[in-house]
Design a protein around this ligand. Structure first.
Ligand code: TYM
Length: 350
């Protein structure tokens, strides 16, 4: 096996794909296609870790899996040049997760803040899968021995865990790794998080201190990728602001989370730096800035929503993309699983 530079990332099919997912992740997925072999995965097994009402039950899961796939394609991901698939089609993810379960330590998982947030107060009632979520995530990445992982800021800790698991596996099985012909002793790479762009953490439109999230009960907290122009305009106009006009320098955004968030969104969508946006709008009232924000949102997002709608109307095509991607992903994963079994000492058919 030769080590290559490979990008892997995943998005959960839990509905309400939003501007945060787009700016924090998907925009970067699109850019990275130029320089890397990329794999973009709809992580349906991860969706199952939440209660069924979150992912909508079996029919909901099928629909949202197609929706995320459509969003990938509509945003500019090329499923012929790169690999787009859903996680559950490749059994290597779950197989490697089991081996990693025996490498990762309980203490490491106990430190995961996202588990604490998602489990809420009733931790005893959270699924075992939710607790184990970051281990499956490490397996997603490492079953392809991926080297780069574009994600939003909220996934940083999970990426650190993936790096720790890769390192511990390489240490624990170092002799066997070398004995199996990997002379460097580094079977799994240390995957590097790519947390880039002006909007790695997009905040709620209702509360600038809270992350924009799929699970926020208020529709006005987020712009969904499926929103039409009128809905986008309504949500932006209702977005929370403060009474001051916009500052003309970035330091004027400190202690003004809502203003900071809206300026960040504008900058990301317009492809500008925040400082440039403030140079243009410094001193303006929010009412006029919001008009400009609606324009840039609609210009960037409405074509994606239209294309998504078209794709969603052709589930046969969307499924064929996933199946073709699944076949190509499986070929890579199977190779890693065979080598991992040799390294660990698990007998398998040759
Ligand atoms: P998920 O489905 O919650 O989110 C998908 C991507 O969107 C980013 N994101 C945000 N970025 C900026 N601002 C926000 N408000 C915002 N909300 C979400 C996330 O950081 C993510 O990049 N655990 C992952 C899915 C996953 C994965 C993987 C990712 C499973 N296996 C392997 C990378 C590699 C998640 O929950 O994504």
């Amino acid at each position: 096996m030769t080590a290559i530079q490979r990008v892997f990332s995943g998005v959960q099919p839990t509905g309400n794909l939003h501007l945060g997912n787009y700016l924090g992740a998907i925009v970067n997925f699109v850019k990275l296609q130029e320089n890397f072999d990329c794999m973009y995965c709809v992580v349906d097994l991860h969706a199952l870790t939440m209660p069924m009402n979150v992912w909508g039950g079996p029919e909901g899961l099928v629909r949202t899996t197609r929706e995320v796939t459509s969003a990938f394609i509509a945003s500019g991901i090329d499923p012929k040049k790169h690999i787009v698939f859903n996680q559950s089609q490749v059994s290597g993810h779950a197989e490697l997760a089991w081996i990693f379960n025996c490498v990762a330590r309980i203490g490491w998982l106990n430190r995961m803040t996202q588990f604490k947030e998602k489990a809420g107060k009733d931790r005893e009632n959270a699924s075992v899968g939710l607790y184990d979520y970051p281990v499956l995530m490490a397996a997603d990445i490492l079953v392809y021995r991926a080297t780069h992982v574009p994600v939003g800021d909220d996934q940083k800790q999970h990426l650190e865990l993936a790096r720790d698991i890769a390192q511990k596996f390489n240490n624990d099985f170092g002799d066997s790794i070398r004995g199996n012909g990997f002379n460097t002793g580094l079977f799994f790479p240390q995957p590097e998080p790519l947390i880039t762009g002006p909007a790695t953490r997009v905040m709620s439109l209702r509360d600038g201190t809270k992350k924009m999230s799929k699970s926020d009960p208020s529709e006005y907290s987020r712009i969904n990728l499926t929103d039409d122009a009128d809905t986008i305009a309504q949500k932006v106009r209702k977005a929370k602001t403060d009474p001051e006009p916009l500052p003309s320098e970035e330091k004027g955004l400190e202690q003004r989370p809502e203003a900071d968030n809206l300026v960040g969104i504008y900058a990301a969508l317009a492809g500008k730096a925040k400082a440039d946006v403030l140079r243009e709008f410094g001193g303006a009232q929010f009412s006029s800035f919001k008009n400009a924000l609606v324009d840039v949102c609609v210009t960037r997002l409405a074509p994606i929503a239209t294309e998504m709608k078209k794709l969603m109307a052709d589930p046969g095509y969307v499924d064929s993309v996933l199946i073709d991607g699944g076949d190509r992903a499986r070929a890579i994963a199977d190779e890693t699983i065979r080598a991992t079994k040799d390294i660990v000492g698990l007998i398998h058919k040759r």
